[in-house]
Design a protein around this ligand. Structure first.
Ligand code: GLY
Length: 425
């Protein structure tokens, strides 16, 4: 098959790497220096829906797989389906589960899906929002409803920071239209984990779960990032927790979307908070795979990914399950100094050829310049290790990291610590 992958991160390299290894001809738009090793990169940006449509109209593409949320929220799946181009990704209406936090929270309330108590406010309602946070108290979570590049959720530990966050979102410009509406929700205690499912509108296949590390610094300090490392499986997602997730969250979500005439097809990523009693509640929905979580999920899927994706696009996932690898996978993200704020690009990366055999390198923010691979983003590479245990997977990933170098390279040294504590206790 000839498969188009939309996007340019580590997630897209992991997908391209796997789909190419299954004998497909892969094209990435726009891709990175890593996808260029296994696929053909084409210079069309991921959110250029018109350009992508023009591309599939001109080229023979059997299936398109969309990595990031922006083109989905813009309606790429609707446009492709209307023109008969098979695609893995939800319609714009279904992608509102990620594109509008206000929609997602109201949807969960309508379908009794467990999540934090909340209230929504629009621009012009700052005083009401402040009165609400005062009545609720801190800690409290304030979220811009629209897409905010992963920076739209703020955990406010006291009322002063909650009020200043509300002012910034509802009265300021820094979040743009993403904060025309905000969701204020109660703070949930517990441990975060994520589940991923591939859905065809009605049926779904469970994929491996994972845990991410959102903060930049060791010990979960500093600003939020897109994710600095992940591991799968997540020990907190025990068999019984996963059963509860299926019955109280995944199935009501999919049937709710059918009831509302916006059936959900594509990858669904559910961010969860698991409390001490093993009860899962939804933190957020995302209409895509996670990044870097994909770099640990894909290596743990033993079934042929091409077959799963084709069945998804053809709405015939019923009766299909994904065979999973029992081993652990861990990815450590190496980033540019300064990320997630400003950083410099263009530094040559050494050691890329020395990692093979120990771990797998997935490129994220990389480019080719004068025959060399150089840094081209905040998150530069993800180094994934596999092992019989999480400890072994982590040591392979960190062995791989030790072979890579570029100016200003930074990474977290504590990936997997929470999972290790659970696996050992
Ligand atoms: N790693 C978090 C995300 O993909 O949203």
């Amino acid at each position: 098959m000839r498969i188009l992958i939309v996007g340019s991160g580590g997630r897209e390299h992991a997908l391209a790497h796997r789909l190419a290894s299954e004998g497909n001809e892969v094209v990435c738009a726009p891709g990175n220096a890593g996808t260029a090793l296994v696929a053909e990169n084409v210079a069309v940006n991921a959110d250029d829906v018109t350009g992508l449509m023009r591309f599939v109209e001109q080229q023979r593409i059997d299936l398109t797989v969309v990595g990031p949320e922006a083109p989905l929220v813009l309606g790429i799946a609707d446009a492709f389906q209307e023109s008969g181009h098979p695609i893995v990704g939800p319609s714009a209406s279904a992608a509102r589960l990620e594109g509008s936090k206000a929609f997602a929270k109201a949807f969960m309330a309508r379908h009794e899906i467990p999540t934090a108590r909340f209230s929504g406010f629009r621009r012009g309602e700052l005083n009401d929002a402040i009165a609400y946070v005062r009545s609720e108290g801190a800690p409290i979570v304030i979220k811009a409803s629209g897409l905010a590049a992963g920076k739209g959720a703020v955990v406010c530990l006291d009322l002063a920071s909650a009020e200043s966050t509300l002012r910034e979102m509802l009265d300021g410009e820094s979040f743009g239209t993403a904060s025309d509406e905000v969701v204020v929700e109660s703070f949930m205690e517990g441990e975060e984990a994520s589940v991923f499912v591939l859905c065809d509108g009605v049926d779904y296949v469970m994929l491996p779960g994972a845990q991410d590390h959102k903060r930049i610094g060791d010990g979960d300090v500093g600003p939020n990032t897109g994710g600095m490392g992940a591991y799968s499986p997540a020990p907190v997602l025990t068999k019984s927790v996963l059963e509860r997730v299926r019955h109280t969250i995944i199935e009501p979500t999919l049937s709710g979307m059918v009831e509302e005439e916006t059936p959900y097809a594509g990858f669904l990523y559910v961010g969860l908070m698991i409390d001490a009693g093993g009860n899962p509640r939804v933190v957020e929905y995302n209409c895509r795979l996670g990044d870097p979580e994909t770099q640990v999920i894909i290596p743990r899927i033993r079934s042929r990914l091409t077959d799963l994706l084709t069945a998804c696009a053809e709405h015939r996932l019923g009766g299909i399950t994904a065979e999973l690898d029992d081993r652990s996978a861990a990815v450590v993200v190496v980033a540019s100094n300064g990320y997630p704020a400003s950083y410099r690009k263009g530094y040559p990366i050494s050691g890329l050829d020395d990692v093979g055999g120990v771990a797998t390198v997935y490129h994220a923010g990389t480019a080719e310049s004068d025959g060399r691979v150089v840094t081209n983003g905040g998150r530069v590479l993800g180094i994934t290790g596999l092992g019989q245990t999480l400890q072994e997977a982590l040591s392979h990933a960190y062995d791989g990291v030790a072979r890579i170098a570029f100016e200003g390279m930074t990474f977290r040294r504590d990936i997997g610590r929470k999972g290790l504590a659970r696996s050992i206790s």
